[in-house]
Design a protein around this ligand. Structure first.
Ligand code: SAH
Ligand code: SF4
Ligand code: F3S
Length: 447
């Protein structure tokens, strides 16, 4: 029996795909990339913006055609399956199985039954850990699932349910198993990892849950397991406390890469997004990070054209960019999500205005990215090489700070950790010594 699992969306979905594949492997499935070779196709979907929803629709369309030709079981899983929009889509395209993200441990009974659906957020997922991936150097570990925040644009709390922290002992056991399986880098995952082990609530003063360490303490514990690299994603500014910064600084295994989504620069927009912090609060967290972790990479998520965002509001996002000088940024156009407060209460702004703002942001980000990437020219960095680069006889990997590095195959013949000196930088890439910079790209050489 052959299965094809298609993954859209974020790292949490990639982790869930691994959990899905582990269940399938335990009942004898092997895996193929081409839907035409598969007896079972599962689509692990994302609903955060319109684009991934459209992508899911086109995949389901192709699968319906395939199903007319031959026997194949189709499953709709992931965040879209949790929403009425996705469930209607699943019915329309004749899928056999629909499982929400909270019910993915029901996959084996679902396959036995043939027709099956479940959209509950099951408690047992808290205790579920997939076995280590085969031969992988990097792996994910969920430390929390779900989200308790109420950002007005965001569908994730609906698709993933309320925030639940996994017991520290389970997390440590999973990380130890990954270490024993040869994993070099583990990423701790959560919608907001910083609120790990906190009681439900909002704002900066949530109490600890009885019996749970704080996120800072968890970082120190995982840092002692013996893995060379420990990452974590995503951080929410409101709970990014000084003790977390200290834990990062004092735990050598913890990579100094901080993804701290700000979403917007104007207080008026932040308030209407219900992000819980102000621009000043965010800048204060950035100042604390910069003073304690001067080499840390700082990245962000930004939404352009949130409903009602004025030109002045948007300019405050640009000035925030200049104040922070992010190393990297993931920039999105606001996409209205049915069922969110923003969709119900605010009017969307014209698409061309959003696109124009996005373009201005991208330009500004390029400037700061390049400046930040250039700081690495002439320095030695540790690279986790994952495999061949897209072009030439080169290999590709990433630094502890999450910069992509291209290096000669002679230096790094196979995947693993290497130390290299950086010779060139572009706004998106570092080039190790011995790699010629490709034509047509701006080059920055060591001064
Ligand atoms: N839990 C994380 C991110 C979750 S979604 C956090 O709180 O930061 C990932 C990113 O998608 C968000 O940071 C946001 O920038 C973007 N996003 C979420 N909803 C969106 C929407 N309706 N339109 C555009 N971008 C959105
Ligand atoms: Fe969405 Fe906000 Fe929760 Fe992040 S913190 S998942 S943006 S609701
Ligand atoms: Fe991730 Fe998309 Fe769901 S970003 S949490 S897969 S809506």
């Amino acid at each position: 029996m052959q299965a094809c699992v298609i993954t859209l969306g974020c790292q949490m979905n990639e982790y869930d795909t691994h959990a899905i594949q582990s269940q399938l492997a335990s009942i004898g499935y092997s895996f193929v990339d081409d839907i035409h070779d598969a007896d079972l196709v599962l689509v692990n979907t994302c609903a955060v913006r319109g684009k991934p929803v459209e992508k899911a629709r086109s995949i389901l369309g192709a699968l319906r055609k395939e199903k007319k030709r031959r026997t194949v079981t189709i499953g709709l899983m992931g965040c879209l399956a949790q929403l009425p929009e996705g469930q209607a889509m699943g019915a329309k395209f004749g899928v056999d199985i629909m499982l929400g993200p909270g019910a993915l441990t029901d996959l084996i009974p679902a396959l036995r039954q043939g027709k099956f659906q479940n959209f509950a957020f099951k408690d047992e997922l808290r205790d579920y850990a997939p076995p280590p991936p085969n031969g992988a150097l990097s792996a994910h570990v969920a430390i929390t699932r779900g989200c308790n925040h109420k950002c007005t644009y965001c569908i994730v709390p609906t698709t993933r349910g309320p925030e639940v922290s996994r017991p520290a002992a389970d997390i440590l056991r999973e990380v130890e198993a990954l270490r024993d399986a040869g994993v070099v880098e583990v990423s701790l995952l959560g919608q907001n990892v910083n609120s790990y082990g906190l009681e439900p609530g909002l704002g900066p003063h949530r109490k600890p849950l009885p019996g749970f360490p704080s996120f800072a303490e968890l970082l120190r514990m995982v840092g002692q397991v013996g893995l060379p690299r420990v990452r974590f994603i995503t951080s929410h500014p409101i709970n990014f406390t000084d003790d977390i910064i200290a834990a990062i600084a004092e735990t050598p295994a913890v990579c100094q890469y901080i993804h701290l989504p700000v979403q917007a620069g104007a207080n008026r927009t932040l308030r209407r997004m219900a992000r819980e912090y102000t621009r000043e609060y965010y800048l204060d967290r950035v100042a604390a990070i910069r003073s304690q972790l001067p080499d840390a990479t700082l990245s962000t998520d930004i939404i352009c054209g949130f409903p009602g965002e004025t030109e002045e509001d948007f300019e405050e996002t640009l000035t925030l960019y200049d104040a922070v000088q992010f190393d990297m940024a993931f920039m999105f156009i606001y996409s209205e999500r049915e069922g969110t407060p923003a969709a119900a209460h605010f009017d969307d702004i014209p698409h061309p205005v959003k696109v124009a703002r996005l373009m201005r942001l991208i330009e500004r980000q390029k400037h700061w990215s390049w400046l930040n990437y250039r700081r690495w020219v002439g320095r030695m960095v540790e690279v986790l090489v994952k495999g061949p680069a897209h072009e030439g006889d080169l290999m590709q990997g990433h630094t502890r700070g999450n910069h992509t590095v291209v290096l000669p195959r002679a230096v790094a013949p196979k995947p693993g950790l290497y130390a290299v000196r950086i010779a060139h930088a572009t706004p998106h890439m570092l080039y190790a010594e011995g790699v010629a910079i490709p034509e047509g790209r701006p080059a920055a050489t060591a001064a």
